[in-house]
Structure formats: C-alpha cells, structure tokens
Write a protein that binds this ligand. Structure first.
Ligand SMILES: Cc1cc2nc3c(=O)[nH]c(=O)nc-3n(C[C@H](O)[C@H](O)[C@H](O)COP(=O)(O)OP(=O)(O)OC[C@H]3O[C@@H](n4cnc5c(N)ncnc54)[C@H](O)[C@@H]3O)c2cc1C
Length: 331
C-alpha cells in the first residue's frame, strides 16, 4: 500500500486544483503553506480542526513491514495489510476531551501507561490493524473464538483448496502431558519415534487430498468434496481488530497455556504491535502480558509478608500463590 493511498482522507483539507493530491505527501506541502489560512478556514467549514498532528498517523517502523510476509510454522504467514493510528492516535483521542495537543514522547508514554493500567480502554480501540494470515484450520478454530474481530476467510465452497497441510517439526512431536489434559509434554519423543509419527501424519494428509481431488473429478460439489480434509489443512483470512481487543487476544494466546502453534502466530503479531504502537505495547507487556492479578486473599498474604508475618494461606492456595510469584504466570 503506498503512502498516497494511506493519506487519501486528507485530500479534503488540500486546497489544490488537483484534488487527488494529498496533504501528507511532499507534493502538496507548498500549496498548503501558501493557502494555509484558506485551508484552515476550509477545514473548519468542513467540520475538521486543522492540525497536522490530527491527520493520518504514519508510523515509519510499521511502514517498513507493511505488506511483508512474515513466515510462521512450516507454510503459514502473517502479513500486516494496513493499520490505522498508533501511539499518537491513542494520545489524541484521550486528550480530545481536554482540547490539549501533543506533548513530549515522555508525557505521551506516561499517559498511555496510565490509561492501560487503569483500564481506560476506549483510546486503544481507536487503533486498528488488518492482517492477512495463512494458518492451519485447527489454529483457525482457536483463533476464531475471539469474537471482536472482522474476518474474511477463503471459501472451500467457492475455491478448490490447495494441497497444503501443517506438519510439526520433529522437536514439537511430544507425548500427552500427564498434568495438563489440554497439552503436550515439554520433552519430545526420541527422534526415531518422531520420524515415524511425522511420516504417518504426512501419509494421512496425502491420502485425504487424493480422495478430495478424486471426488472433485467425479464432479462432486466443492462444498461436499472438502468435508474429509484434515484439520492440518491451511486456510487464509483477513483479520481486522482494534488494539484493545488485540491485546486481549495476545494476553491469552502468547500465554504458555495456549497451544504452541497459535502462540507462534501471537508472538509475530506482538512484534508487529511493537512497531505500530510501541509505547502502548510496552505498557501492555509490562502490566498485562508479564503481570499477574492477585485475589483478595492473595493481596492479604502479600500484606502479611510485608509485615513480616506468615502469608496465611495453606495447601493449594499457598502453592498457587508462590508459583504465581516465582513464574509470573496467571494460574
Ligand atoms: C488456553 C486456552 C484454552 C481454551 N480452552 C477452551 C476449551 O477447552 N473449550 C472452549 O470452548 N474454549 C476454549 N478456549 C476459548 C476461550 O474460552 C475463549 O472463548 C477465547 O479465549 C476467547 O476469549 P474471549 O471470549 O474473552 O475473547 P473475545 O471473543 O475476543 O471477547 C473479548 C471480550 O469481549 C466480551 N465479549 C465478546 N463477545 C461477547 C458476548 N457475546 N457476550 C458477552 N461478552 C462478550 C467479553 O468480555 C470478552 O472477554 C480456550 C482459550 C484459551 C486461551
């Protein structure tokens, strides 16, 4: 996406015979200076407040990666298609009620941190990101549970699906965890066992796609031919979400409790957030991603410890409390 397109909203502020030109590109700056007074008047008449800091937020660090494919898993990817706003937009929208302008980066950072700590969430909703994601269906099933995004997915009724399936790396092939019914053990199988498992998985995928194509050749409708395809099949979607809800997604999906495969996507998206809104993302990591919340009883235990007393918790409550402090994980 080029910058002229990204700035197109600003056209309406531009006093230029060539209305397709944009205020934010160098081409029209001279015109705008020459007609600054007129532009301001025009802007106010049009219902705008003329202030260059209120126009489109262009974040250079985000521009560097926009449209670039970032590989995830064996055949998947994340691509930042577009973004609207960044740290500046959060600050602008939070300050709009006071009619205050932009301040120093330090002050902006402090304001963003205050908003995030105190769950003043709506300024974060002013920032939006659109991603193009290629992901296996079983990851998509987990991802789609986040209802606050807008999604457009490739249609297996409309298109013939590509023969592309996820195959885990050998080091990720691990037995069922004994203490977590939803997860796998840390230690993988020995390499020879993993190799056998991988070859069995690949064989089943090849077989499923062979049958898919055979059914299509019999002129079976695509919507029916696809129904035996595996969960490992790759799908693609456009996913648009605001920063507040994206942080919620990242808090849940970067967490160790989330399946490794979706975590890999979440980590890439977190990295993209660091570029689009670095101050907000730093606050999110500090207070939410790497922070934990304590219950009322646990708060009392902390107060007891500060007073030099025993925590006052016992059994599982005590071990969970200690584990939370040691690992920094929400348990
Ligand atoms: C590690 C892990 C394990 C999981 N295991 C399972 C499982 O075994 N089975 C299973 O079914 N799911 C499971 N889930 C999915 C989980 O229960 C949530 O559905 C998912 O994480 C989305 O969270 P959310 O609803 O908060 O997010 P979003 O849908 O993004 O919603 C964000 C917030 O908006 C509000 N909201 C959105 N829509 C509504 C609504 N319709 N009504 C009320 N409030 C709304 C809620 O406050 C919500 O927290 C798991 C998730 C994780 C992270």
């Amino acid at each position: 996406m080029n910058s002229a397109h990204r700035c197109c909203e600003a056209e309406r502020l531009c006093f230029s015979p060539d209305v397709t030109r944009c205020l934010c590109t160098g081409a029209c700056v001279a015109d705008c200076i020459r007609f600054a007074w007129f532009s301001r008047t025009l802007a106010v008449v049009c219902g705008y407040v003329y202030n260059s800091s209120m126009a489109h937020c262009i974040v250079p660090e985000a521009e560097e990666i926009i449209d670039k494919i970032i590989p995830v898993l064996d055949k998947g990817f994340v691509r930042l298609v577009d973004y609207m706003g960044g740290d500046a937009r959060i600050v602008q929208s939070a300050r709009v009620s006071y009619g205050e302008g932009t301040k120093t980066v330090r002050e902006d950072g402090a304001l963003i941190d205050y908003l995030l700590r105190n769950r003043h969430t709506s300024p974060f909703e002013q920032v939006e990101l659109t991603f193009h994601v290629k992901l296996p269906v079983f990851v998509a099933r987990q991802w789609i549970r986040h209802r606050t995004a807008s999604v457009n997915e490739i249609s297996g009724r409309y298109s013939v699906l590509k023969d592309e399936c996820y195959v885990p790396l050998q080091e990720d092939i691990a037995p069922q965890s004994s203490d977590n019914k939803q997860g796998r053990r840390q230690e993988p199988f020995p390499p020879e066992t993993s190799a056998t498992i991988i070859s069995e998985m690949k064989e089943a995928q090849v077989h499923a796609f062979k049958s898919y194509h055979s059914l299509l050749e019999k002129d079976l409708a695509r919507e029916l031919a696809r129904i035996n395809l595996p969960l490992s099949t790759y799908t693609e979607w456009y996913w648009k979400i605001d920063l507040h809800n994206l942080f919620h997604f990242l808090r849940l999906r970067c967490d160790k409790h989330a399946q490794k495969e979706i975590r890999e996507y979440a980590e890439v998206i977190l990295d993209i957030c660091r570029r689009v809104a670095p101050l907000a993302t730093a606050s999110f990591e500090k207070h939410q991603k790497n922070g934990v919340s304590f219950s009322g009883e646990e708060m009392q235990a902390l107060r007891n410890i500060l007073d030099g007393k025993e925590p006052g918790l016992t059994g599982r409550d005590l071990s969970r409390f200690e584990e939370k402090i040691k690992t920094g994980r929400q348990l």
